[in-house]
Write a protein that binds this ligand. Structure first.
Ligand code: ZN
Length: 507
């Protein structure tokens, strides 16, 4: 068999896996935008069945045979050739799934359903004790899961590797200690300043105007509506069904304009990444997370988040952006924003205000929420923190870092959905996204001095083109740190992120 024929046989198998996972993603998108509440239970079964089918296809003897043939066929290719990476990543995923018994997958799925119901009740009553036994069981099953995946230094390493390959408990600890010591003095300076005016953000903003501006915003940033849609949801997200159909969603809060503005900008960043993947990678391993069983073109959760944060914070949450585009926003809301200047608007949307809720946090306090969760996840996984002591541990850190007294569990340990769905290990990717986004932006500004003038002029296509050629087009071919080394000369480095925050909030 020729090299080409050997690879084509494997590709046929992976295309089937990708198709099934994309079908599951369509059902997920529907469940979060259109589906009536009554559909939740059967929809859960449908998505679980499709995910199982994808796994079975990946682990079928036909895939194994095609993989073995392909492995023999690619030995003369360069280490980073796309074909070679396809084979290597497929092997890694097959070995990963072989190590996890079907019974454990079933147990985790069954627990997820009841744990989520318990979490919803616990949060509405603000009573952690309703959820604690489910969380304890989640931690037990996560430890069993980590043992199957395999780890050498810390069980958390195995969990993180699913979302952010290459990171470990130890590497995150080092990153966070550098971030913490860099962030605290910036936060001190920002908190010592007088509060800017922000009353106008809470005026009455009808949904039609918010949506009309949001559509223009996404288009302005380069999102292609021939291959995308913007819909309404409770918790904004992006999902792609190949690069040719990339959906983004947002939510409209009638009395708080920034929710949809920055939510739309954020999801647009995710969408641009998926729309920019090389068309040649469609339905291949390089546009499929075969370990997480999710059809996605971005190389890691953190890399994906770096693109959403870059557009949301470095572009749309910038003074230059509002100097240029505020008049357009005013046209949509002449009564609500008639007495506001572009500068006042910029100051309002960058005000620093430590709070209890992660998803509402400003740029300076956001990472403290993440560091808290990652410390807790590590301690839960290695057994040094019993689940019963979690609320006190949580509240003590919020007090230490943000100087706030948590009033109840709903504003503390119960606020996020992640742990009730069995997701342990994904929180660090939000902070990694912040760090990577700033590192990319910093390198681009140095390498392409003309970029700033284009951005200042409200022209974002040059930036999008740089990101497309340097990051998006590669899909999952390169690991996150490989991309960073190619484009910035170093692995993940918090220095540009801290410099960016200092310049924006402490000068
Ligand atoms: Zn995101």
């Amino acid at each position: 068999m020729t090299q080409q024929a050997s690879l084509a046989a494997l590709q046929e198998r992976i295309a089937a896996v990708n198709d099934v996972l994309n079908a599951a993603s369509v059902l997920t998108w529907d469940s979060r935008t259109m589906m009536p509440a009554g559909g939740a239970e059967t929809r859960g079964h449908q998505i679980a069945t499709l995910t199982r089918l994808a796994r079975d296809t990946l682990l079928a003897p036909e895939t194994e045979r095609a993989l073995e043939v392909a492995e023999r066929a690619i030995t003369d290719l360069a280490e980073d050739a796309a074909e070679r990476r396809i084979v290597k990543q497929t092997r890694h995923a097959v070995d990963h799934h072989k190590r996890i018994p079907a019974l454990l997958i079933q147990e985790r799925a069954a627990l997820r359903t009841v744990a989520q119901a318990a979490w919803i009740e616990a949060r509405s009553k603000s009573d952690f004790s309703i959820f604690s036994s489910y969380l304890a069981r989640t931690v037990e099953l996560s430890r069993a899961y980590a043992d199957c995946i395999g780890w050498s230094e810390h069980p958390y390493d195995a969990m993180v590797s699913i979302y952010e390959p290459g990171e470990t408990a130890a590497s995150l600890k080092a990153l966070f200690s550098e971030l913490r010591s860099g962030l605290l003095p910036i936060l001190d300076i920002a908190r010592s300043r007088p509060e800017p005016r922000s009353d106008f953000l809470f005026r009455d903003y009808p949904e039609e105007g918010q949506r009309a501006f949001g559509l223009k915003l996404a288009e302005k940033l380069g999102y292609d509506f021939q291959r995308g849609r913007l819909d309404t949801t409770v918790h904004p997200f992006e999902v792609s069904f190949t690069r040719n159909d990339v959906r983004i969603t947002t939510r409209y809060n009638r009395n708080y304009l920034p929710a949809s503005l920055f939510g739309t900008a954020h999801e647009t960043g995710h969408g641009l990444y998926e729309q920019g993947v090389d068309p040649a990678y469609t339905r291949t391993t390089l546009a499929t997370d075969l370990v997480g069983l999710y059809a996605v073109g971005g190389t890691s959760f953190g890399a994906h988040e770096s693109q959403s944060r870059l557009w949301e914070n470095h572009i749309v949450r910038s003074r230059g952006f509002w100097e240029r585009h505020f008049p357009e926003l005013q046209k949509h809301f002449p009564d609500q924003l008639g007495d506001v200047s572009a500068e006042e608007f910029y100051r309002a949307v960058t005000r620093v205000e430590p709070g209890f809720i992660r998803v509402e946090a400003d740029e300076l306090t956001y990472d403290f929420h993440i560091m808290l969760r990652v410390d807790i996840e590590c301690a839960l996984m290695d057994g040094s923190l019993p689940v019963g002591e979690l609320p006190e541990a949580w509240n003590a850190v919020i007090r230490r870092d943000l100087d706030l007294v948590v009033p109840d569990d709903a504003h503390g340990v119960l606020q996020d959905v992640h742990w009730s769905t069995g997701y342990i290990g994904s929180f660090p990717t939000y902070t990694i996204g912040n760090v990577m986004g700033a590192q990319m932006m910093d390198a681009l500004r140095m390498q392409k001095p003309s970029l700033d003038a284009a951005i200042e002029a409200g022209e974002y296509s040059a930036l999008a083109e740089e990101l497309r050629s340097r990051i998006w087009q590669h899909g999952r071919r390169f690991m996150r740190d490989e991309l960073l080394e190619r484009e910035t000369g170093r692995r993940l480095d918090p220095a540009p992120y801290l410099a960016y925050l200092r310049g924006k909030y402490a000068l």
